[in-house]
Ligand binder design. Structure first.
Ligand SMILES: [Zn+2]
Length: 391
């Protein structure tokens, strides 16, 4: 009898406690569901409106109240970094590393990775490197850490570590052979500056072993032979550029000419370069050939070449050179006072050509008057067109 009464009294109480607990829990959930998304949506709206300052302030307010939202704090750190507020990003990610709300090693590794990016962006390369080296054995972030280390080693011109890192990163999908060859070329160039041609040749050999299409390696090897007064070897090496990538031929035209000149074989050189110009009509060789043909052959040959060039690959540069040739070779009395007008047109054409002729990055469209082996904007190797013709 007593047991039955007790049962009848206690059972509803359990239900009541359960109901109250459920109500309290639901209230919290509803409160969070109402407050949390709205602030995030406000932040997203601010980001869409390019008001990242308001967005970061909204998220900061939110994470101040809800410090358990660790993933959101990681995102906030990224936002700070994207705004150039590296000190705030570093402060946030450092604090997050010691947060009581981070329990898993994986999340800590994620925060370390972000902190390394903050340090890198702030120019604190050593600190970034130390953090990334700790992540090399991370299950989830090892590859990303190695990629960042590769960026850092390139930024630091630490080509030896860059080579080792790139080799570790290489997969069947991406071999890094272009990069590793370029890193070897950088080392070769450093050795050449120190007049250590033997070591430079070793690096060049490595570059060509890993990437037989590495034009830069042959350009450098030709430079070494030239400095050693082995002019025929230099010419033979520079000629290999045609098979590797003919677009780089304008970069070796003047070099080859100097070597042929030393061997007293200018005519042979001009025949060779004229052959390149005829075969690869888009190469920017017009000025080189114009100057050399006028100087070493005659204005008639130069004019023939320019006219042919104008037919196959018309450009304002060639048009200006034709005018220049006439201005320099027609007696002034026969120009009937047309010289000033011709000069104006020529200069206008040259100005137009100068405006249009750029070395352009095929990846990010960066344009420069100077050629770079690595794009200064997107850091891609061999993405900049060596041929700065108008098109
Ligand atoms: Zn680029």
């Amino acid at each position: 009898m007593n047991t039955t009464v007790l049962f009848l009294l206690v059972t509803p109480l359990f239900f009541a406690f359960g109901w109250i607990a459920g109500r309290i829990d639901m209230k919290t959930v509803i409160k969070q569901a109402k407050s949390l998304p709205q602030r995030i949506f406000d932040s997203i709206d601010s980001l869409i409106d390019n008001k990242s300052g308001i967005a970061s302030q909204n998220i900061q307010d939110l994470v101040d109240q809800e410090p358990q939202l660790t993933e959101l704090q990681v995102s906030l750190g990224k936002l700070y970094r994207s705004r150039g507020e590296n000190d705030l990003a570093i402060k946030l990610h450092t604090k997050l590393l010691n947060s009581q709300y981070i329990f898993s090693g994986e999340t800590k590794d994620l925060v370390r990775l972000e902190l390394a990016k903050d340090f890198q962006r702030a120019g604190l390369i050593d600190r970034a490197e130390n953090l990334l080296l700790r992540l090399v054995n991370s299950e989830l972030y090892s590859h990303k850490a190695e990629e960042l280390l590769l960026d850092i080693y390139q930024q630091d011109k630490n080509w030896t570590d860059a080579i080792e890192t790139a080799k570790r990163l290489a997969t069947s999908d991406y071999s890094y052979h272009t990069e590793v060859a370029q890193f070897n070329c950088e080392l070769a160039q450093e050795s050449m500056i120190k007049s250590d041609n033997t070591l430079a040749k070793d690096y060049i050999k490595h570059a060509l072993e890993i990437n037989r299409k590495c034009v830069r390696a042959n350009i450098l090897l030709g430079d070494i032979y030239f400095s050693e007064e082995k002019y025929q070897d230099a010419i033979n090496t520079w000629q290999l550029v045609e098979k590797q990538n003919y677009l780089y031929l304008p970069m070796v035209a003047y070099k080859m000419f100097d070597a042929y000149l030393r061997l007293d074989k200018v005519k042979e050189c001009l025949t060779l370069i004229k052959g390149y110009a005829a075969l690869y009509t888009n190469l920017n060789l017009s000025e080189f050939l114009y100057q050399k043909l006028v100087q070493y052959e005659n204005p008639k040959t130069a004019l023939e070449y320019l006219r042919l060039s104008m037919q196959h690959y018309p450009s304002s540069k060639v048009a200006a050179l034709i005018i220049d040739l006439h201005l320099n070779n027609i007696p002034p009395e026969l120009l009937n006072g047309a010289k000033p007008d011709s000069e104006i047109i020529k200069n206008l054409l040259l100005k137009y050509n100068d405006k249009l002729s750029n070395h352009r990055c095929g990846r990010c469209n960066f344009k420069a008057k100077t050629f770079f082996w690595q794009c200064p904007a997107c850091y891609e190797w061999e993405s900049i067109n060596p041929n700065n013709s108008e098109s």
